[in-house]
Design a protein around this ligand. Structure first.
Ligand code: AMP
Ligand code: MG
Length: 422
């Protein structure tokens, strides 16, 4: 694909992470197709259309406190204010139909509609109550306080949530607060996943000489499940062109995207590339990143014009997951129609010095903690691309940018958190 640019693997050039990302994002478009779901099933789904509020929220001016509703104009600036209370209490859901005269007030509970003409609520704890006489000290309250105004949360006809939003718990509550029981979301992305390598065996099976267990499929399955996509698990595929071709053809036919690990490093690239060249316009990149480097991306073309986007990750377990987070995660979210797709990031001070040369992006496994001088981050143990333990011990990636050089202890660095508030 011309848009993806040349495949620099052959030339030995390394492509900066940002250039590879930009090339990837240029060709990705959200999938078509929507469905309307009950709110109970919409968590984590991507809004397909704006949610427009059919009502003002709140629908009426109402009290933000338990207290007495009054005319703000009755508040005396430098003397106590004494008011005559109505012989009733206004509760939420039961608006008061009477008129409160000037100099009067009425007991009101939080959320109750403000009686006509009243604009201020004095909290109960600021009042001295003696029978029907309510007194408050000067200066404790300003006119208009403790009243929520109609439409202050949302105007009628206003956009409550924009298309592309990945729905969070509060979003579901917000949609429900508009009286809407459903949300129109993009159809769920379907992602095929398989591991490649003759040496791999499934957990639960005995290992032969030189064999290892397939861990990538489980790490990536978890990462995909968290993204909320439907996963088509195509298992383990040996380094056999016919098996690989058959698996890829099935993935193209059934899925929107294909995630593979292994088989794209220098030694394997030619044979994988020949195979993929026959199916699409995949670019093989050697990305200037550590861990990572080999990464192939592009559209695969199947029968009847059906396409699926390939994200071919390196085989080393840490490199596979880091490359997923650096590229595939964002790519899949864009395919799913999501708008805000950057990972959860923060800045923290590096607790340690880190040697680095400019010219590549580094993703170190790290732990974030609260130090004396604010948020600190330290790296976890050995950082080899195959040491998956470095990933499980970490709660974040410490990201050193392409142009960045060595970091001194105390320097600010970028951090990507593995977990947000669930
Ligand atoms: P490759 O990119 O296929 O050359 O693999 C690079 C390294 O990662 C090799 O040591 C592989 O054995 C290892 N590897 C590849 N795929 C997996 C996997 N699914 N699980 C664990 N290790 C893997
Ligand atoms: Mg391999």
């Amino acid at each position: 694909m011309a848009e993806l640019g040349p495949s620099p693997l052959a030339s030995g050039n390394e492509l900066p992470v940002d250039d590879a990302r930009a090339a990837m994002l240029r060709v990705l478009r959200p999938v078509d197709g929507t469905e309307t779901l009950p709110l109970e099933q919409a968590l984590g789904r991507v809004l397909a259309v704006d949610v427009v509020s059919p009502i003002a929220v709140p629908a009426h001016d109402n009290s933000a406190m338990d207290g007495y509703a009054l005319h703000g104009a009755d508040l005396a600036a430098d003397a106590p204010t004494a008011l005559q209370a109505e012989a009733t209490t206004v509760f939420a859901g039961a608006p008061y139909t009477g008129q409160v005269p000037r100099g009067g007030c009425v007991r009101i509970m939080t959320g109750a509609v403000m009686p006509a003409g009243l604009d201020t609520v004095v909290p109960i704890e600021l009042c001295t109550v003696d029978g029907s006489r309510v007194t408050l000290k000067p200066g404790v309250l300003k006119a208009g306080e403790n009243r929520r105004k109609r439409g202050e949360d949302l105007a009628e006809g206003g956009v409550a949530l924009a298309a592309g939003r990945v729905l969070r718990p509060a979003d579901l509550g917000l949609i429900a607060s508009l009286g809407l029981p459903t949300a129109t979301v993009r159809r769920r992305l379907k992602v095929a996943l398989f591991s490649t390598g003759d040496e791999l065996r499934n957990a639960g099976e005995p290992l032969g000489p030189g064999q290892i267990y397939d861990s990538n499929r489980y790490s990536l399955l978890g990462a995909l499940q968290r993204l909320g996509v439907e996963v088509l698990d195509l298992g383990l595929v040996p380094d056999d062109p016919a098996r690989l071709r058959a698996t890829i053809d099935r993935a193209i036919a059934e899925a929107d995207a294909v995630i593979t690990s292994g088989g794209v490093s220098m030694g394997d690239a030619d044979y994988t590339r020949d195979l993929l060249a026959a199916r699409g316009e995949v670019a093989f990149w050697k990305v200037a990143m550590r861990p990572g480097r080999p990464f192939a991306f592009g559209p695969l073309l199947g029968e009847g014009g059906k396409t699926a986007f390939l994200f071919a990750l390196p085989g080393n377990p840490v490199a596979a997951l880091v490359t997923f987070y650096a590229f595939a995660r964002e790519g899949l979210l864009v395919l799913a129609g999501a708008r805000d797709v950057l990972p959860m990031r923060m800045a923290a001070r590096s607790a340690v010095a880190i040697r680095k040369r400019p010219g590549r992006t580094e993703y170190q496994r790290a732990i974030v903690s609260r130090g004396g001088a604010g948020w600190e981050v330290r790296t976890t143990g050995a950082q080899g691309a195959g040491i998956l333990r470095s990933m499980t011990e970490a709660d974040a990636l410490l990201v050193l940018r392409h142009d960045q050089g060595s970091v001194a202890a105390g320097d600010e660095v970028e951090v990507w958190l593995f977990d947000g508030l669930a």
